[in-house]
Design a protein around this ligand. Structure first.
Ligand SMILES: C[S@@+](CC[C@H](N)C(=O)[O-])C[C@H]1O[C@@H](n2cnc3c(N)ncnc32)[C@H](O)[C@@H]1O
Length: 410
C-alpha cells in the first residue's frame, strides 16, 4: 500500500511557511540574482507530482504528529519509529541504509547524483529512493546550489590572468568543486589549484578518488583540520610556504628556531589573503551565530559558560566534539574571509528559512541541527562578522538555499 493510500488526508495543507513576511533588520546592501537552474534529474510531471504529494502527507504527519518547524528541537539521533519516518522506510527500499549516512557528507552523494547504482558506502541505491532524490526539494536544492557555485567560480576564474587558487572549507567529498575544476580544464581555460579542508578523513578520501577520476588529482591538496578554531585559521602566508615552495627542503628562514616554532604553530592554519575563491557551502547552517563550547579546564571544573547551554548542541559527525570551544557562524566567517585574496571572493551557502519542504527535512528525515536563515539574518551576521566586501545573493526556483558572494576590495 502506498503512503497516499495508507494515510489519506483529503486536502493537503501546504507545509511551506513562506507566507510569513519577516521584518527586515539589516541595512546591508546587496544585489539579488534569481538564477534559472537546469536540473537533468527531475522526472516527468506525473512522477514529480506524485512524489511531492506523498512527501506532503508525511510532512503533515510531522514528528509524532507535531509538524511545527521547530529548529530548537534537539535531535540527538534519528528516531526511526516516528510514524512518518517509519512509513517512508517501508515505502522506499534502501532508505534506511541512506539514513545511516545522515548527516555526513556521504549522504549528499546520492543527492548530487541520484542515478548512481550505489550509496556512498557501496550499498545499493534502490530506484524508488533514487526517484525521490531526483524530485524532492532537498535533492533539487543541493544540485541547484552546486550549479550556482559552479557558475560563480567559472566566471570568476575565467577572468583571472594567473593560476587560480581555490579553497573549499568543510568540503566534504567536494563534488561541486571537483566538477567545476574538471569543466574548466576541459574548456582549456585553466586548472585551478584546489585545496580541500575537512575534519572527516573519509570525505577527503572520497574527494581524492573523485578528483583522480576527473583527471584533476595532480591539482588537489587535502587538509584534515578543524576550521572552527575560535582563534582563527589564518597564518602569515610566508611563514610556512617557505617549506612548500622549496619542495620540502628547509629554507634558511625556516631553519632558525623561530622559523621552526612558527611552522609548528602554523601547521594547522591556512595562508591569509591567499585564495582567489574560498567556498563554504553546507556548514554555516549547522552553526549557531555565536561561539559555543567549553575549554577542557572549564569542563573539569564543571563550569557552565553562558554561551553554552549548547554543549547539547554538539552532534556526532556534524560538528566534531574536541573538548574545545568552537567558532560560531559569525567568527568562522570572519576567519574564513581573512583567507581571501584582495579582489577574490568568499562564497557561502545557507538553507533558507522559507525552504518549502522544511517540515519534511526536520521532522521526517530528522536532519539534525539545521539553522535555516533568511537573507536578512545572513546580512546581519555578515555585518557583525565585519565582512566589508560587495555582496551578491543568488536564489534558485526550488527555494531551498541562498548562496552569498562577498567580494573583497583590492
Ligand atoms: C553537509 S557537509 C557539506 C559538504 C560539502 N561542502 C557539500 O556541500 O557538499 C558538512 C561538512 O562539514 C564538515 N565539518 C563539520 N565540522 C567541521 C570542522 N569543525 N572542521 C572542518 N570540517 C567540518 C563535515 O565533516 C562535513 O564534511
Amino acid at each position: 500500500m502506498s503512503i497516499a493510500e495508507q494515510y489519506p488526508t483529503g486536502n493537503l495543507e501546504d507545509s511551506s511557511h513562506s507566507a510569513r513576511e519577516p521584518e527586515k533588520t539589516s541595512t546591508r546592501e546587496y544585489e539579488l540574482h534569481h538564477v534559472e537552474t537546469h536540473d537533468p534529474y527531475i522526472s516527468d510531471e506525473v512522477t514529480f507530482r506524485r512524489i511531492n504529494d506523498q512527501l506532503e502527507i508525511l510532512a503533515n504527519m510531522g514528528l509524532y504528529g507535531d509538524s511545527s518547524i521547530d529548529i530548537a528541537r534537539k535531535r540527538k539521533k534519528i528516531d526511526r519509529e516516528n510514524p512518518a519516518t517509519a512509513a517512508l522506510i517501508t515505502e522506499l527500499p534502501s532508505f534506511s541504509d541512506w539514513l545511516d549516512l545522515v548527516p555526513t557528507a556521504a549522504a549528499l552523494d546520492s543527492l548530487y547524483d541520484p542515478h548512481k547504482a550505489t550509496l556512498a558506502d557501496g550499498k545499493p541505491l534502490d530506484p524508488k529512493l533514487s526517484e525521490w532524490f531526483c524530485n524532492i526539494v532537498d535533492g533539487r536544492g543541493i544540485r541547484s546550489r552546486a550549479e550556482v557555485v559552479r557558475g560563480i567560480m567559472m566566471t570568476e576564474t575565467a577572468a583571472l590572468d594567473n593560476r587560480a587558487q581555490w579553497l573549499s572549507l568543510a568540503s566534504g567529498a567536494a563534488q561541486p568543486v571537483i566538477k567545476t575544476a574538471k569543466l574548466l580544464t576541459e574548456q582549456g581555460t585553466l586548472t585551478p589549484a584546489v585545496t580541500l579542508v575537512d575534519v572527516d578523513a573519509n570525505s577527503l578520501k572520497l574527494a581524492r578518488q573523485y578528483a583522480d577520476e576527473a583527471g584533476i588529482g595532480d591539482h588537489l591538496k587535502t587538509r584534515r583540520m578543524n576550521i572552527l578554531q575560535p582563534r582563527g585559521i589564518d597564518r602569515d602566508e610566508r611563514s610556512y610556504d617557505t617549506l612548500e615552495s622549496t619542495g620540502g627542503r628547509l629554507s634558511a628562514a625556516a631553519l632558525s628556531i623561530r622559523g621552526l616554532m612558527g611552522m609548528v604553530r602554523d601547521g594547522n592554519k591556512l595562508p591569509r589573503n591567499f585564495y582567489d575563491t574560498v567556498e563554504v557551502v553546507g556548514l554555516t547552517e549547522y552553526l549557531l551565530e555565536g561561539n559555543w563550547g567549553k575549554t577542557k579546564a572549564e569542563r573539569q571544573r564543571g563550569k557552565n559558560t553562558p554561551e553554552l547551554e549548547d554543549e547539547k548542541y554538539v552532534y556526532d559527525q556534524v560538528i566534531e566534539e574536541k573538548d574545545k570551544p568552537f567558532a560560531g557562524a559569525r567568527d568562522f566567517l570572519q576567519n574564513a574571509y581573512r583567507l581571501v585574496k584582495p579582489g577574490g571572493s568568499l562564497i557561502v551557502g545557507n538553507m533558507l528559512d522559507t525552504h518549502p519542504q522544511l517540515g519534511f527535512t526536520l521532522n521526517v528525515i530528522q536532519w539534525p541541527h539545521i539553522q535555516p536563515r533568511s537573507i536578512d539574518e545572513m546580512m546581519g551576521i555578515f555585518d557583525r562578522a565585519e565582512l566589508d566586501g560587495k555582496t551578491d545573493v543568488y536564489t534558485t526556483p526550488d527555494g531551498a538555499y541562498a548562496i552569498y558572494r562577498i567580494t573583497k576590495g583590492r
